[in-house]
Design a protein around this ligand. Structure first.
Ligand SMILES: [Zn+2]
Length: 232
């Protein structure tokens, strides 16, 4: 019950005061069930709880569906800035965005794949660090406007196969060149891999952008936030 109260309170506050949103609550949740042998059969861990929240509430993706693979690059030095930008490698999203992503994940799991998440919510302070770290401004959203990641409305991801190997998408994540563009003439296999991801995401209210195959923005736009990624 304490968990439910925290999340509902978070959702209400997010609705009423979008410019001063609280950090996502950090209750002591019930243990997440261990992943079963078949990921296709994995029940969404927090499905019944999260579905009752306001669309604007913050939720942690892996608690809703523990079959996602997390590889949050900005919590490591393995990113274009070569700096650790997040305190912890966790993925938070607005409830409606997470709900649609869980549904898109279910679709690709039926095809034998899983989604690997590189980034979700990104604090505005980190957006400024990225903006100042790159000369290639076309690949980083202007922090004066705020990116969809700052709003909890975007996700960067790829697909992995049954062995956990990333599918060939034609370039690494955060590759700032033409090979990352959606219209680059890659071999048919690469285009087919991208198509699996894009088809599932578009079917669940996400849009692509032209120069980053890994980026998907939800069709709903929320307020910019700037709380640090919590570690507890
Ligand atoms: Zn992105």
């Amino acid at each position: 019950m304490r968990v439910l109260v925290w999340f509902i309170l978070g959702g209400l506050l997010a609705c009423q005061s979008p410019k001063s949103q609280p950090p996502p609550p950090s209750p002591k949740p019930a243990p997440v069930p261990a992943r079963p042998a078949s990921v296709r059969e994995a029940p969404p861990a927090y499905d019944s709880l999260y579905r009752t929240l306001a669309d604007t509430a913050w939720v942690e993706l892996i608690k809703w569906d523990p079959t996602f693979v997390l590889d949050i690059k900005y919590a490591t030095t393995d990113n274009f800035t070569k700096q650790v930008l997040y305190d912890c490698g966790r993925c938070f999203l607005r409830k409606r965005v997470a709900q649609d992503l869980v549904a898109a994940h279910a679709q690709v799991k039926k095809q034998g794949y899983r989604m690997k998440i590189f980034d979700g919510y990104r604090p505005l302070a980190v957006q400024w660090k990225m903006w100042n770290a790159t000369p290639s401004k076309s690949y980083v959203a202007n922090p004066r406007k705020g990116s969809m990641h700052n709003r909890g409305g975007a996700v960067d991801l790829t697909l992995v196969d049954a062995q956990g190997q990333e599918l060939d998408m034609g370039s690494p994540f955060d590759f700032f060149g033409k090979q990352a563009h959606l219209n680059y003439p890659h071999p048919a296999k690469v285009l087919a891999n991208r198509k699996v991801l894009q088809t599932a995401m578009k079917a669940h209210h996400f849009n692509t952008i032209s120069n980053e195959w890994w980026h998907f923005s939800h069709q709903k736009v929320y307020a910019v936030s700037d709380f640090p990624i919590p570690c507890q």
